[in-house]
Design a binder for this molecule. Sequence first.
Ligand code: ADP
Ligand code: MG
Length: 309
Amino acid sequence: MQAHIIYENEDWMPPLRTALDNAGIPYDEWFINEGHFDVTGTPPEGVFINRMSASSHTRGHTSGVAHTRQLLAWLERHGRRVINGGHAFELEISKVKQHAALEQAGIRTPATRAVIGGPEAWLDAARDMDTPFITKHNRGGKGLGVQLFNSYAELETAVEQSAVEPSPDGVMLLQQYIDSAEPFITRCEFVDGELVYAITSDTSEGFQLCPAEACRTDVATNDEPDSLFALRTDVPSALVDKYKTFLQREQIDVAGIEFIEDAEGCCWTYDVNGTSNYSPDVEEAHNLSGMAAVADLVQRCLEAETAVA
Ligand SMILES: Nc1ncnc2c1ncn2[C@@H]1O[C@H](COP(=O)(O)OP(=O)(O)O)[C@@H](O)[C@H]1O
Ligand SMILES: [Mg+2]
């Protein structure tokens, strides 16, 4: 029995391939964008790893999300084990669903409005928002569409200048801006219900954060850039416990969960990333490996499938 990787971003594949190779796990790769599959047929045996990204549209893979939704429904209908399966994927591509689920799990999230429509609808929804607020895409990734507005008038001006990009799914979020006590956010990496480790991520240079080497914008211009990421070992254990409960309830196997801490020490959780990428700098410095934990999970799933086959 083997693993099958569902993916669209080649840049994020090498660490996963290395981890699976190191663990001796056989796998094949399913690049997903436009294409077709045999709905009335039977999927291959094995364990599926869903690595489809909510930001696939930014790489020209505009059919990746739609294709994956249908594919996962088919695979799961046939009882295939999918790591980050259909339910997890619905949260991956909707921050509305993420926030509702986080709130339900007793996890504090920023005040958020979902706005369906274009600029007029955004302005209408923003009229009585407390300031400052941010705009954010419901289907996000890489911080795209995140912009800070200190007043309603600022949003009006940005709209007039066509400087606010719509979300790919037509759903824009207006969200309370959380003023971070320190210039970083924290991201907690979970695999199979356990915290692998947490990192801080420097926000002083903007909202577009991704720990993967491939997303780093400073590498090309600077031979030895300071890492934007550092290990964090003091995440409140009560929060970690809530995250564990949340992940179990929402059937999310792999996730990087992000929060901001304000000046009063309140933690505000605002993003759950199923296609987690791990910071090579942090992992090398501390001898950690998120992808090795993922490979261990794949191995356990394969053993479980083999046992029932
Ligand atoms: N409510 C907020 N208040 C302050 N900063 C925020 C808030 N939401 C997001 N950010 C900043 O914007 C970045 C990107 O937002 P995020 O929700 O993580 O979107 P994405 O899914 O694109 O990563 C965050 O890492 C954080 O630095
Ligand atoms: Mg994020």
